[in-house]
Design a binder for this molecule. Structure first.
Ligand code: UFG
Length: 324
């Protein structure tokens, strides 16, 4: 099956390209390299923007694509608060043009990245797919709009989609050849590991006065390899003629910021220095997924725990101390 991986040079997309290629899928990649890395992709890469209709039309004519996995998105919650229109342009317009090109080319299957950010704040954990969606930032709003666009495109044009609402993705390909390299980095695990490498003096813990066991925020971390396994299952699910679905993608296990730092000390053997700072605006205290639905429908369950997530991320960081 020939699959177009949009955003395939990014952190998550590049893992998808590598793993699907190993499993014998014929993949081609589109990426505008705005945040992606050419070095992360060995396969056929078309450099271009999914908001460019002519570029996509030509691509769909040239390649006999059967399905699309769509990772293109800007994904920094904080920046989305100050630059919302950039987020609507990139994430929402990009998806709209991609769907238009797919409709024209009669390619109707798509698996795409949504986010736990669609839920907003909830007290009761774990979060199921039935929870109210009420994003508290433009980034989450764009992901919700993408889901809604898919729903109406299904009704009008017969699209079939799987939306995967990611919780906290981390880790790297086990040999450390590819991994997470954002400029600037904002995510917890890479920052903790950059501190272990001596690239930063300390990690600042954003608040220790939350209503959680140790006062720091709790998140549900999922290994990028497990995450890609879910995408491949979703693709096969659609190829077998199943209905469109939305799934949470998390492990049902929560770790606090302090627990992550402690786990990183254990994995690296380095005494990573921490300092307590003020809260970061917009951070919910706790986000834990229910993964009952994806387990039941796609037979997915995570193989890796937090130790393996940090171990593999560490292996990437040691090999690429300056990034790619
Ligand atoms: N944190 C720190 N110090 C840091 C960086 C992060 O204490 O230097 C804390 C954050 O405050 C948060 C936790 O570590 O409590 C995790 O933060 P990340 O930035 O790694 O991840 P987020 O939970 O903020 O974001 C993730 C995804 C987003 C998605 C969001 C949904 O990365 O794409 O979940 O809420 F939108």
């Amino acid at each position: 099956m020939k699959v177009l991986i949009a955003g395939g040079a990014g952190y998550i997309g590049s893992h998808c390209v590598k793993i699907m290629t190993e499993q014998g899928y014929d993949v081609i990649v589109v990426d505008n390299l705005s945040t992606g890395h050419r070095e992360a992709v060995k396969e056929k890469l078309y450099v271009g923007d999914i908001r460019n209709q002519a570029f996509l039309d030509e691509l769909f004519q040239k390649e006999k694509i059967e399905a699309v996995i769509h990772f293109c998105a800007k994904s920094l919650v904080g920046v989305s608060m100050t630059e919302p229109l950039e987020y609507f342009d990139n994430n929402v317009s990009g998806t709209m043009v991609l769907l238009q090109a797919m409709a024209k080319a009669n390619v109707k299957k798509i698996v795409f990245s949504s986010s736990a950010a669609v839920y907003g704040d909830h007290e009761e954990m774990p979060i199921t797919e039935e929870y109210l969606t009420n994003p508290t930032n433009p980034y989450g709003e764009t992901k919700l709009m993408m889901e809604k666009m898919m729903k109406w495109a299904e009704i009008a044009h017969g699209f079939k989609y799987v939306s995967l609402r990611y919780f906290n993705v981390a880790g790297a390909y086990t040999d450390g050849s590819i991994g997470e390299d954002h400029q600037p980095e904002t995510h917890l695990i890479p920052i903790v590991l950059q501190t272990a490498l001596g690239k930063r003096d300390h990690i600042t813990v954003y608040g220790n006065d939350y209503n959680t066991a140790d006062g720091t925020c709790v998140r549900d971390y999922i290994h990028v390899i497990d995450l890609i396994d879910a995408h491949i299952r979703a693709l096969n699910y659609l190829s077998s003629g199943n209905i469109s679905e939305i799934f949470n993608l998390g492990s049902e296990d929560g770790y606090s910021v302090l627990e992550i730092i402690e786990a990183a000390r254990a994995v690296t053997g380095i005494n990573i220095k921490q300092e307590i700072g003020p809260r970061r605006a917009g951070d919910p205290a706790k986000l834990i997924a229910s993964s009952e639905k994806i387990g039941r429908v796609l037979g997915w369950k995570p193989k890796f725990g937090i130790k393996e997530i940090i171990r593999d991320a560490w292996s990437f960081h040691k090999k690429h101390p300056e990034g790619y």
